[in-house]
Unconditional design. Sequence first.
Length: 94
Amino acid sequence: MKILTLVLTLMVLSASAQQKIYLYPDNKESDAPYIESFPASKPNGMTILVCPGGGYTHLAVDHEGNDIAKFYNQNGFDAWVLHYRINEDGKHEY
């Protein structure tokens, strides 16, 4: 619930420069989850959260994250890209 509240709060705010916000501020390890802002140069008042895929083995943050955020920026949307943890061995247990 805290993460949802944080994400919704950030979606309302408009950032003036690209920034990285850790979801767990006390944990800044290399695999710590964070969101990265991509503010639009001419904002239309709307924000989108981009959650890139990767199939459990990697995070496709460039072409499914940053590139998508830049596309939305060109259309006036502020964008946030979620960088989340993945399973170390790439296997998913059911």
